[in-house]
Every structure is written in structure tokens, then in C-alpha cells.
Ligand binder design. Sequence first.
Ligand code: NAD
Ligand code: IPM
Ligand code: MN
Length: 347
Amino acid sequence: MKTYSIALIPGDGIGRDVTDAAWAILAKAAENSGFRLDGTRFPWSCAFYEETGSMLPTDGIEILRGFDAILLGAVGWPAKVPDSVSLHGLLLPIRKAFVQYANVRPHRLLPGVQGPLRVEDFDILCIRENTEGEYSGAGGRIHQGTDNEVAVETSIFTRAGVERILRFGFEQARARRGRLASVTKSNAQKYSMVFWDEVTRKLAAEYPDVEVTSYHIDAMAARMILAPDSLDVIVASNLFGDILTDIGAAIQGGLGFAASANINPDRSAPSMFEPVHGSAPDIADLGTANPIAAVWSGAMMLDHLGEADAARKIMHALERTTASGFGTARAQQKTEAITAAILNVLD
Ligand code: NAD
Ligand code: IPM
Ligand code: MN
């Protein structure tokens, strides 16, 4: 039987609950479709940091490299470990080490889900650059703690990095409705963002069938709320994509619905699948985390692994579940009840 090895990193807070939920559904989907998922759990998290002094063992990245894919819950417990330590110790290094340069985040309303907007008929695919830009980690602080303190955070944009993410976006647009929105702030940022706009124009010549529009990030933030139905594929830098995808999450009913795939398009290393949301310390012990974002991310994992049929079945089960009221904002169920409802209608 075809078997895929999956590294499970539940992480912190609700990351653990939603990973359990996603795993139960993935396991049943695999069984129904005639393949096997062989999961190995890793306890890497803020609790692990408190015990060992690091977010993952020194050979952690090399261990992960041997898996077909990684399923992650959420990382971060700011009351105990600063985010600058936990995220730079686990999540961000995985994205970089495995060249998961395309962060793919779909935004649409599942049936029955109450969005905050009047416009409900939208289907947006956000493609976020995931390995460089504003998240390069280059910078420093001098005269720390004094009145003369200076903090520098350098964004690094390489031609190779910008070209490959835009090309990925153009390919997605070509496979969808043929429209690409490229997002910058080139009216204020005159080096990196002007450069990004130039690369966009250069690639546009190679994709005459794709309609390209460049937007500034501020205008795009408003457009996602006022006219989300005018958008198809959005490509943005690491930080701008991060912000836009929380807007995307908000308009699709909340963070509990927003899925995410960190893709290595060359398949030279494993890709990683995780919800957009974090560890949600405010609800961590209530058992009320919505598992739908994690389950949807799991479906994206199966699709990436070549199990498109099983992925479709999971999406269908999610749609049937939300259509009947489970997981929607109108009904505050427990994680376990939503998971059981999805399992119940999974073909
Ligand atoms: P968050 O996404 O954890 O929570 C924001 C709000 O959304 C909270 O009110 C939370 O209760 C709610 N929420 C999130 N997911 C939900 C779900 N599945 N069901 C119901 N409600 C949900 O963002 P935050 O509070 O800014 O961050 C908390 C921690 O998580 C921080 O340490 C942060 O750095 C980290 N974080 C990690 C990731 C990740 O691992 N990919 C992503 C975002 C934030
Ligand atoms: C996300 C998260 C992370 C990011 C944080 C936790 C570093 O917000 O995956 O969207 O900014 O990439
Ligand atoms: Mn984010």
C-alpha cells in the first residue's frame, strides 16, 4: 500500500487540538482512499524549549528532511517564551531551510459560514513570498536601552527570490481565472518595491494570457474588504502577504477557517502545512478551537502529495459540515464535536 511519512509538529496551545483533529480526518481519508499515512510526532514547542533550551534539537531540520511532508499546528507561547525566540527557533527556519518559498493561502467562504461582508461571492488565492523580504532576519540594535538607540531591520529581496514567487503566482493565475494582483508599496519604498514592480512587468510579457494589475498594499487591504470578488490570485512579499492573509481569514469567517501551505515547488525538500492562525492562548484550554483551518491545510497536503481525490473528499466533507451549521460562527461547538461531524460525512 502506498505510504507517506508525515512529521507532526502540534506545537503550542490550540495547535495540539487542531493537529489531533486534522490527523484523525486525514487518517480516515487515507483509509477510505487506499493509502497510508505514517505519522511521527515531534514535541517541539515552547514547552520543549523550557525543558531543553531550544525549540528543536540541533539535528531537527535534518530529521524533518526525511519526511514526505510536515503538518504543523501552531508555535508560540509569549507568556513563557518570547515570540522572537520561538518563531525564529522553529517555524521560520523550517520555511527557509526547506525552501518553502511559496506560501499558498486560499480565502473563500465555505457554505453556511457567516462572513462579515456584504459581498460573499469571492475566491481569492493569496501567494505569499515565504523565505526572504522583510523576514530576512538581517539587522541589529545599537546603543540598546539608551536614548540614542537605533534599530535596523533590513528587507532583502533577491532577483531569484522575487522572480520565482511571481512566476509561481502567474502559473496559479493561469490555472484559475487568469488574473494576477501584484502587491507592493513602490510609492514609498523606492528600492525593493520598485524592483518587484519591474520584475512583475518583465514576467507579464511571458504571460500574455494573464491580466496583471499592480496595487499598493494599503489600497489592496481596502479592496479585499470592499471588492473581494474583483480578485483572483494575489502575490505579495512576506510581511505584506502575512497581513493580507489575516484580512483574508477575517473575510472568510475568521482565523479558524484560513488554511495555509508552505510549498517547496521544486520538491527538493518537504513542504509544510499549517493553519494561518497561531496558538490562541486566550482559548487554549477551552476545547473550542475551530479545527477547520487545520483540516483544510491537511487537504492541501494530500493534494500536494498527489492524492487529489482524497483531498477533494475532505473539502467536500468540510463543506457539508459547515452547510449544516457545524463550525460556523452561528454555532459555537467544541473542537471534538466539529471533528466528529466532519468524520461523519467523510466519504
Ligand atoms: P492567534 O491566531 O493565535 O489568535 C488570534 C485570535 O484568533 C484569538 O482571539 C484566537 O482565540 C482566535 N483564533 C485563532 N485561531 C482560532 C481557531 N482555530 N478557532 C477559534 N479562534 C481562533 O494570534 P495571536 O494571538 O497573535 O498569537 C498567539 C501566538 O501564536 C503568538 O505566539 C504568535 O506569535 C503565534 N502565532 C503562530 C503562528 C504559527 O505558528 N503559524 C501563526 C500566528 C501566530
Ligand atoms: C503566519 C504567522 C507567522 C508569520 C508568525 C507567527 C511568525 O503570523 O504564519 O502567518 O508571520 O509568518
Ligand atoms: Mn500571520
